[in-house]
Design a protein around this ligand. Structure first.
Ligand SMILES: *[C@@H]1O[C@H](CO)[C@@H](O)[C@H](O)[C@H]1NC(C)=O
Ligand SMILES: *[C@@H]1O[C@H](CO)[C@@H](O)[C@H](O)[C@H]1NC(C)=O
Length: 228
């Protein structure tokens, strides 16, 4: 019948599937991918068709059905180039960019296929540690890098006592037989770093010049005058 319960049930069902479709649609394109989002907008009919026929088919995710097969503007994931013939680089690893970065333009006909490494890694296939990082463990197909202590330039481990070289603004100092990189106090070691009306403030690895409190007041007064 057409009781309230029935109406509610139908609408709830509708709501659920609609919500699900929206969720799926939101997962198809990266927000910044203008082209992908444009295609999505233009292909409402195809999307509905996919939703009715293939939504539960694991071999036909919406991205593949729509972008690769129907509209033919993108490549399968991890392939790129005008004919989708090129593969993103892996090096010796099973994973794209050694599992330590993203392949720029993966799935894109105009993609470069270059690895954009995560911040800890560098190299063509992201199989090296970035500056200020050290290798925790590596073999032919795997690498794990971590950040050095902030006082180190290069290091063999994460402890402050494991620097190989000091970071700019730090100098090596030995105390009780242990070498460390100590922050250089530029404000003490160098003269006249800051201008009149400023004082020098030491920071880790550097220094900054800040307006002296009286000077600040003067400035505030000046500003007030201008306002009037
Ligand atoms: C390389 O190291 C990783 C992580 O420890 C390990 O899972 C993998 O089996 C190693 N591969 C080789 C070829 O030794
Ligand atoms: C760093 O090394 C020193 C000396 O070997 C040790 O005493 C200290 O506990 C270590 N610190 C950390 C955080 O591992």
């Amino acid at each position: 019948g057409w009781g309230c319960g029935d109406w509610e049930e139908k609408n709830l069902k509708y709501k659920t599937s609609e919500t699900r479709l929206i969720e799926i649609l939101e997962s198809v394109c990266e927000k910044s991918d203008f082209k992908c989002n444009k295609v999505l907008e233009e292909q409402e009919e195809a999307i509905e068709k996919w939703y009715k026929k293939f939504r539960d088919d694991e071999d036909k995710p919406l991205r593949t059905y729509l972008c690769v097969t129907t509209v033919n503007v993108c490549c399968p994931e991890n392939k790129f180039g005008a004919k989708c013939a090129e593969e993103c680089p892996k090096g010796n690893s099973d994973e794209i960019c050694f599992g330590r970065g993203k392949c720029e333009g993966a799935g894109d006909k105009e993609g470069s296929g270059k690895c954009i490494c995560d911040s800890e890694y560098t190299g063509d296939v992201c199989n090296k540690c970035a500056d200020n990082h050290f290798e925790v463990h590596s073999n032919d197909s795997y690498i794990l890098c971590r950040s050095c202590h902030q006082s180190c330039g290069t290091c063999s481990g994460e402890n402050a006592t494991e620097c190989l070289t000091c970071r700019d603004g730090f100098k090596e100092e030995e105390k009780d037989g242990v070498k460390r990189c100590i922050d250089i106090n530029e404000c003490v070691e160098q003269q006249n770093l800051c201008g009149d009306g400023e004082y020098c403030a030491n920071t880790a690895g550097s220094y900054k010049c800040e307006a002296k409190p009286e000077a600040k007041n003067e400035e505030a007064k000046e500003e007030k005058k201008e306002e009037l």
